[in-house]
Design a protein around this ligand. Structure first.
Ligand code: OXD
Ligand code: MN
Length: 580
């Protein structure tokens, strides 16, 4: 396979000249090709075959122990003007960044095969989909891209028709954490990633393209690329509302996206469209419509069990690539809170010793095609996407944020999104458990200045009067003695139900300075081990804590200077005044 698109052919020739691979393989996306990639990795030891009786077509990959998460401090947005990347991004002048990376890439594929992966983010026939081509020397990346994107022949045909694509150049390199760079050049629709094989750094369709580059394209073209799951919630009357929800990494997006209604909610169903990224466009009717640009899940494994996420638990029993999990004596994958089996080999391949820390890496992952999900929505492939009734923001906060609240209007909702803060998790390198600001859960992913991004969000109110309502949730609030107040997981449907019923003007609420909250009687907690006192704690708005929060948010906003939209400042002031 080659291409009739000259710009693509020329770019591949240029990359091959620079990197000097032994062979060039154009991926066609076929099952035979996937099989051959797996066989190659089994033969060279990059993959380990798992128990094929209980886990057919499942494999384990052990990454370099120093290459297990996204590296935000080595991720750059290289725009001509530093102001355009904003204080929310690391920045380097494009020429300097390219010169640095060109030296890394020079001759870097000698002795290796270069895979050319044409891919399409979004359904192939969707006007909202956008394409890219990733060039990589990693068969692990090629196999993961097969599961995560629509890649190969059909994507190439679309690229040739469109005549445009995002360029993504990836090389595994020496895996030296000191020589690792994830660079974005949004003005040229170009990504260069060197020195890491980890998903978020190396599967360029995901965070690099579908969020950082796409958020830039979206601003230019009038849409939004967001770090959001998409689900359909069907009530017992057979009506389905679609919602999109943004949470920082490893805060349970995959679990929420595959939620199984609890016993108390017979007749309710949850349909998954996406677990990580949503592209949102205004439809002709003024409603916001969502597509999931991805075709698979790259989910956090630890914590997945029959109770927390039965759909995922079943989905990953076949045709799955595991990365950095532990092994049982029966050669089955094992992870913390799997609640069955016993680990004997840890994620590093060493005999498991409880004193050495967790058996599976806390950021160990599964890669799997979305089609394996038992709750996969029949509209997941709809080219026009689904209409969104509610947008939800959430964070992992042990105090302050109540279980749920509703923004007063769109502009206030933008403030609510901009105020997201969360305890850090193992999805990125660095300290875990520190509260940091993560506006719209996009801190690591917004490809331009947050000030301009909020202005773009605000502008939607001028373009439509049928926008979704905006909410904030916090499943992670704790009692003073550190216990989670809310049971979470399937029971989160009770909160989603209030949200949906608010969208239908059928649920009650009380107005507070931070937004509308359910009164205790507005939430159905029947059959739950949640006492009236606990519910009160879950729904409490502590003015003193909120005054401090707003002060902190105000100080955070200052760094955006003139780029901070006036309207956002006004919304902030309004809440501060209401808090007294
Ligand atoms: C992810 C992340 O992998 O957000 O989805 O880190
Ligand atoms: Mn994510």
């Amino acid at each position: 396979m080659t291409t009739r698109l000259k710009s693509l052919g020329d770019w591949i020739a240029e990359v091959a000249e620079l990197t000097q691979p032994d062979k060039i393989h154009w991926c066609d996306g076929s099952e035979q090709e996937y099989r051959a990639l797996i066989d190659l990795m089994l033969a060279n030891g990059t993959l380990i075959e798992l128990n094929q009786k209980t886990y057919p077509n499942c494999y384990l990959h052990r990454s370099d122990p120093q290459d297990v998460a996204r590296v935000e401090h080595l991720t750059y947005v290289c725009t001509t003007n530093q102001e355009d990347a904003g204080p929310n991004n690391n920045w380097m002048p494009p020429d300097e960044a390219k010169a640095l990376l060109t030296e890394c890439f020079r001759g870097s594929m000698r002795g290796r095969t270069m895979y050319v992966i044409p891919y399409c983010m979004g359904p192939l026939d969707s006007p909202y989909a956008r394409c890219g081509v990733e060039v990589t020397d990693s068969p692990y990346v090629a196999a993961n891209m097969h599961l995560m994107t629509r890649m190969g022949k059909a994507a190439l045909e679309r690229i040739e028709r469109d005549g445009t694509f995002v360029k993504g150049l990836h090389c595994t390199g020496e895996l030296d954490p000191e020589r690792r760079y994830i660079m974005h050049f949004p003005e040229e629709l170009l990504i260069m990633s060197y020195g890491s094989g980890y998903g978020g750094n190396a599967l360029l369709g995901k965070k690099c393209h579908a969020l950082r580059i796409a958020s830039w394209q979206a601003r230019d073209e009038g849409w939004l690329a967001e770090h959001m799951l998409i689900v359909g919630i069907e009530n017992p009357r057979g009506e389905t509302h679609y919602i999109a929800a943004a949470f920082p990494s490893a805060c349970g997006k995959t679990n929420l996206a595959m939620l199984i209604p609890p016993e108390s909610h017979k007749g309710w169903k949850v349909w998954t469209l996406g677990d990580d990224i949503a592209w949102l466009h205004l439809g002709e009717d003024g409603r916001l419509r969502a597509i999931n640009p991805e075709a698979g899940y790259f989910g956090v494994v630890p914590g997945t069990n029959r109770q927390t996420n039965r759909n995922a638990f079943e989905m990953i029993t076949h045709d799955t690539i595991f990365t950095n999990v532990a092994l049982t004596a029966d050669n089955e994958p094992w992870w913390e809170e799997k609640n069955e089996g016993v680990p004997v080999i840890d994620w590093l391949g060493k005999p498991y010793e409880p004193g050495n820390g967790p058996a599976a890496h806390p950021n160990s992952r599964f890669t799997v095609s979305a089609k394996q999900n038992p709750s996969y929505s029949s509209l997941a492939e709809a080219p026009e996407g689904v209409p969104i009734s509610a947008l939800i923001f959430g964070g992992r906060r042990r105090e302050l944020a109540p279980l749920v609240y509703e923004a007063k209007d769109w502009a206030h909702g933008v403030l609510v999104g901009a105020s997201v803060a969360s305890e850090t998790t193992a999805a990125a390198t660095g300290k875990v458990g520190i509260v940091r600001r993560d506006p719209m859960a996009m801190k690591p992913f917004c490809g331009y200045n947050f000030g301009d991004y909020w202005a773009h969000w605000l502008s939607f109110a001028e373009r439509s009067s049928r926008l979704p309502k905006i909410f904030h949730v916090n499943w992670f609030r704790r009692s003073p003695d550190g216990k989670f107040l809310w049971p979470g997981f399937g029971e989160n449907l009770r909160v989603l139900r209030w949200i949906i019923e608010r969208c239908e003007n059928r649920a009650g609420a009380v107005e507070t300075p931070i937004g509308y909250l359910p009164r205790p009687e507005d939430l159905d907690v029947s059959g739950l081990d949640v006492s009236p006192q606990t519910l009160e704690q879950l729904l409490a708005v502590e003015p003193e804590q909120w005054r401090n929060e707003m002060k902190d948010l105000g100080a955070y906003f200052e760094q955006f200077g003139d780029r901070l939209p006036k309207r956002l400042r006004e919304e902030h002031r309004r809440v501060v005044e209401a808090l007294g």
